[in-house]
Design a binder for this molecule. Structure first.
Ligand code: ZN
Ligand code: ZN
Length: 363
């Protein structure tokens, strides 16, 4: 209930009576209710956390049993004629006058209906964004343990697949192997569509695995992550079957050097932009600045992409307990790409690298 307590304090400071939580990861973070949404228009429920009193989980018949088992400390209410209809009665009963909602995960159409409903009962809807996401930035020790377990399982999957890699296998075959093994080993599934990109395909940072066979000597980018106990992992390795040529070696070493510089720069109190700079300047000085066109890293937790960010735009200071990727890359059209990605936990003195895998990290 620690997260709920922190939210209640937050509501008090902002003079809000309650927050309606519709974003699935936020819902899970606060309540433990695991269900995701089919899509944004088909919700599995919403939390209503008020400054005072027991928090509520509003859901429908399909999720009632899971909700009651998973959302410890929450009272589960089941709606029959839609969430807003049930909410209307609850707001009146509880004397809620200023109701915040998550404008970043709410259909415009639903917001319109909420406005219409609240007007009738004298409640003021307040659009907010990122309230819970900010609470999620720093991970608790329980969360860090879960993330670590996710990272370690992901590495096991990678290592098994790596041992079986052979020239002639297609990118798609490798991706299917990765995702099957993840599930066999107990993961809920991949945390994003796995990337297996051989040769020139590696020049596209978010390449989709296709029918191209892997070839000897070319760099192969493998970016993969899984979900375990709700928490995501995300790791990239660039591997070569057979002997890498001089150019591959040169690009690879440069990316690895940038990654090490990035990791070295991480510490509570420095900004995300400063960490990005530390890695980027190495790639820039070698003349490949334009070929590293994305940020150095992103936060990972219940979502595979969340705050904070290692990017030139992130000027806020890092805090201990944040979990972030460090993933520089160099992408050369018609040739390919090299990206290396590890996950770190920010500490007061520096950071802890969660990855233990060293396959192909030092060419
Ligand atoms: Zn990744
Ligand atoms: Zn990533």
């Amino acid at each position: 209930m620690d997260a709920v307590k922190r939210l209640k304090k937050n509501l008090q400071n902002r003079k809000l009576d309650a927050l309606l939580v519709s974003q699935p990861d936020n819902r899970r973070y606060l309540s433990g209710f695991k269900a995701g949404d089919m899509n944004i228009a088909e919700s599995s429920g919403a939390l209503l956390v008020a400054r005072r009193g027991q928090p509520l989980l509003l859901t429908d018949f399909r999720y009632q049993l899971e909700a009651e088992a998973e959302a410890v400390g929450f009272e589960v209410l089941v709606y029959k004629r839609g969430m807003l209809d049930l909410l209307k009665g609850v707001l009146s009963d509880r004397g809620i006058k200023r109701l915040a909602f998550e404008s970043h995960y709410f259909l415009h159409r639903t917001a319109g209906k909420l406005e219409e409903m609240t007007r009738k009962i004298g409640v003021e809807p307040v659009a907010t964004s990122g309230l819970i996401e900010r609470l999620r930035l720093c991970k608790s020790s329980v969360e860090i343990d879960r993330i670590r377990a996710s990272v370690l399982l992901n590495e096991q999957v990678f290592q098994e697949v790596f041992r079986e890699l052979k020239p002639g296998m297609t990118e798609r075959q490798v991706a299917i192997k990765i995702e099957t093994l993840m599930r066999e080993k107990g993961a809920a599934g991949p945390s994003f569509e796995s990337i297996v990109a051989g040769g020139p395909n590696g020049a596209r940072p978010h390449a989709v695995p296709g029918d191209r066979p892997l070839k000897k000597g070319e760099p192969i980018v493998i970016d993969m992550g899984l979900v375990l106990a709700g928490y995501c992992s995300d790791m990239t390795r660039t591997v070569v079957l057979g002997e890498p040529d001089a150019k591959t070696r040169k690009i690879f070493r440069l990316v690895r050097q940038a990654q090490k510089a990035g990791i070295k720069a991480v510490r509570a109190g420095v900004t995300g932009a400063e960490v990005d700079r530390a890695a980027r300047q190495i790639i820039e000085q070698a003349g490949y600045g334009a070929q590293f066109g994305h940020g150095l890293g992103h936060g990972v937790g219940l979502a595979v992409h969340e705050g904070p960010a290692f990017s030139s735009r992130y000027k806020k200071k890092l805090r201990a307990g944040m979990v972030v990727t460090v993933e520089p890359g160099i992408y050369l059209p018609d040739w390919g790409g090299v990206r290396l990605e590890n996950m770190v936990v920010v500490t007061e003195q520096g950071c802890e690298v969660l990855n233990t895998d060293t396959t192909f990290l030092d060419l």
